[in-house]
Design a protein around this ligand. Structure first.
Ligand code: PLP
Length: 397
């Protein structure tokens, strides 16, 4: 009998009861706007920011409308101007080059290695072209952050980290998002905490934080923040920083606070699932497992593997055969992006030079979500199905 998987790859866990109750209390109060607080009340957003800064080991945190907004806000906070070049990954998600384009800046793509991280040799050759790198830890893969920071420091490049898939991850013990001058996070439904839409920005730099708070739309109410610098720091920037509204509201913050307390436990649960799938895929002929470095503590909320140098019709066959058995894979290398765009040649508003070595990797990347609604048995079954179908197509040649 052929095994079939019947779970749903886009089904997340319910919002915790405690979070639902906190959200209902906010709705009963009628005070949803972050600066709408009663006498003596601090508000869910300010509390969340304080807790998020503590959890990420950062001095300051700002809760925002989305991860993509956080990236744009970070660029503006560093005073990136229209026409400036910004280095970024050739393999990332559309909101990253989109944030750069939205401030009128020009993305300069840096290649991707077979380990699915930014190509540091390519970064070195392009380092003199820009003073900002928007580094995307795409699908949760951390590059050698020690070497990356050494390259960027040597070239006076400021680093903005896109931690959409690395909230809770670490490199050499350091939490992702704390190496660069700014770390950005998303709390969109498919990331590591779920408020539908939402995001964060963290930094240790008081001037950068003051600018970010003003940018997010603080209407001179910055003294209501608990994870921001002292009011004096705002004096220097408050008349010169435009308002580009993108705040978070109390409702989403109420939903996120209990989830943040649970983050470490969730990370462990994702990694259990990841390890089961990874073990099940090892030594499948023709399939390359992405080896994770010792220094990396990842969050396995999705898994990738490579079908390196396979023909397009073979990869298509694997995807179709897996789908017929209930396993939904995404092929980042597909000629037409569907449901997402993740490779540099899909963003035709950027005039990018071809990168043959990256193209070879991008063509072979297959991706799968690992929602926490999957049991460990589900994960073992999924791995068996992928293994069988990859082997069948590979043997047919
Ligand atoms: C989801 C995501 C973002 C942005 O998140 P939104 O909250 O959807 O704007 C940025 N980068 C990567 C790699 C992502 O996957």
């Amino acid at each position: 009998m052929t095994e079939r998987f019947t779970g749903t790859f886009t089904q997340q866990e319910p919002i915790p009861e405690e979070a639902i109750e906190a959200a209902v209390a906010v709705m009963r109060s009628g005070r949803l706007h972050r600066y709408n607080v009663a006498e003596g009340e601090v508000g869910e957003v300010a509390l969340l920011e304080q807790e998020f800064a503590a959890a990420m080991g950062s001095s300051y945190a700002l809760a925002l409308a989305s991860g993509g907004y956080a990236l744009g806000c970070a660029l503006r906070a560093l005073d990136v101007q229209s026409g400036d070049k910004v280095l970024t990954n050739a393999f990332t998600l559309a909101p990253v080059p989109g944030a750069i384009a939205a401030v009128g800046a020009v993305p300069v793509f840096v290649g991707v290695t077979e380990d699915l991280v930014i190509d540091l040799a390519d970064l070195e050759t392009k380092a003199d072209q820009a003073s900002v790198l928007m580094l995307s830890h795409m699908r949760g893969h951390l590059c050698d952050m020690d070497r990356l920071m050494a390259i960027c420091n040597a070239h006076d490049i400021q680093v903005i980290e896109d931690c959409a898939h690395t909230m809770g991850a670490r490199w050499n013990g350091r939490l992702s998002g704390t190496d660069g001058v700014i770390g950005c996070y998303s709390t969109q439904t498919y990331k590591h905490m779920n408020s539908g839409e939402g995001g964060f920005l963290i930094t240790d730099d008081p001037q950068v934080m003051a600018r970010a708070v003003m940018l997010s739309g603080s209407y001179m109410l910055y003294d209501r923040h608990l994870a921001a610098p002292a009011p004096e720091v705002f004096e220097a920037v408050k008349y010169d920083t435009p308002n580009v509204s993108g705040r978070m509201d109390h409702l989403r913050a109420a939903i996120l606070r209990p989830q943040l307390r649970d983050l470490d436990r969730q990370v462990a649960r994702w990694n259990e699932r990841y390890e089961v799938v990874e073990a099940g895929l090892r030594e499948t002929p023709g399939l390359t497992v992405i080896e994770r470095p010792e220094a990396e503590r990842y969050v396995g909320s999705s898994i990738q593997f490579l079908l390196l140098d396979w023909r397009e019709d073979q990869i298509d066959a694997v995807l179709n055969r897996c789908l017929a058995r209930g396993v939904e894979l995404k092929w980042f290398g597909g000629a037409e992006p569907s449901g997402f765009t993740s490779r540099y040649d899909s963003w035709r508003y950027v005039d990018a030079a071809p990168m043959p070595a990256s193209d070879r990797v991008l063509k072979g990347i297959v991706d799968m979500r690992l929602p926490l609604t999957f049991s460990l048995e589900d994960c073992a079954l999924i791995a068996r199905i992928i293994r069988a179908e990859v082997s069948a197509v590979y043997q047919a040649g």
